[in-house]
Ligand binder design. Structure first.
Ligand SMILES: Cc1cc2nc3c(=O)[nH]c(=O)nc-3n(C[C@H](O)[C@H](O)[C@H](O)COP(=O)(O)O)c2cc1C
Length: 181
């Protein structure tokens, strides 16, 4: 069994990136019965904003639990929103903490980055930034996928794409990730 950990970089209950990540796990579940899924949604994570002062007092238990989840996974899927051209504060904070407790926290895991936004850029800049951090954490970036203009391109009820072209791009990305195991 291959374990896939999905990290949803949004702190919002109404996250559109959570919907995109659900679409990706549905796709992989249909493709393979050799994968199990766990998700870490940053709305449920309560790490304080990183500071060396807090670090000196010791790493939070929640951080150690998250590191264990990553270490026990074979693959990691990030579903990352874009705020002011970069990743959310919540995701950056988590990755800052992780890089301090273990510089190579992604430990050669296969990584896929998904991102969507309501704007035309489709969270592309946040994906670009996150791709660099994945490299610093020693993850193996397999592929990325960005969906622009979410409200016009994704059907929230069926968790599916409205345009064939987006659907095709998504399937190519997901197959690449699936075939990497
Ligand atoms: C503070 C803030 C900054 C944002 N900046 C961007 C941006 O730079 N590019 C973009 O495409 N969308 C931007 N957006 C729109 C978000 O992509 C949109 O709110 C999206 O729903 C966030 O994803 P989520 O629902 O998964 O949290 C911004 C939204 C907020 C609240």
């Amino acid at each position: 069994m291959k374990k896939i950990l999905t990290i949803i970089g949004s702190p919002s209950k109404t996250s559109i990136n959570k919907l995109l990540s659900d679409c990706s796990s549905n796709f992989l579940k249909n493709r393979s019965d050799n994968m199990e899924f766990e998700s870490l949604w940053l709305k449920d994570v309560n790490l304080p904003i990183f500071s060396v002062d807090l670090e000196l007092a010791g790493y939070p238990n929640e951080l150690k639990e998250i590191l264990d989840k990553i270490k026990s996974a074979d693959g990691v899927i990030f579903a990352s929103p874009e705020n002011n051209s970069t990743i959310t504060v919540a995701l950056k904070n988590l990755l800052d903490w992780l890089s301090r407790i273990d510089m190579t926290y992604l430990d050669s895991k296969k990584v896929l980055i998904l991102g969507t936004s309501t704007g035309r850029g489709g969270a592309g800049k946040s994906t670009e930034f996150l791709s660099k951090l994945v490299g610093f954490g020693k993850g193996e970036l397999i592929s990325t996928f960005n969906l622009p203009s979410f409200n016009r391109t994704f059907d929230r009820d069926t968790l599916d794409f409205i345009n064939e072209e987006d659907k095709n791009r998504f399937e190519i990305t997901m197959n690449k990730f699936n075939d990497s195991f």
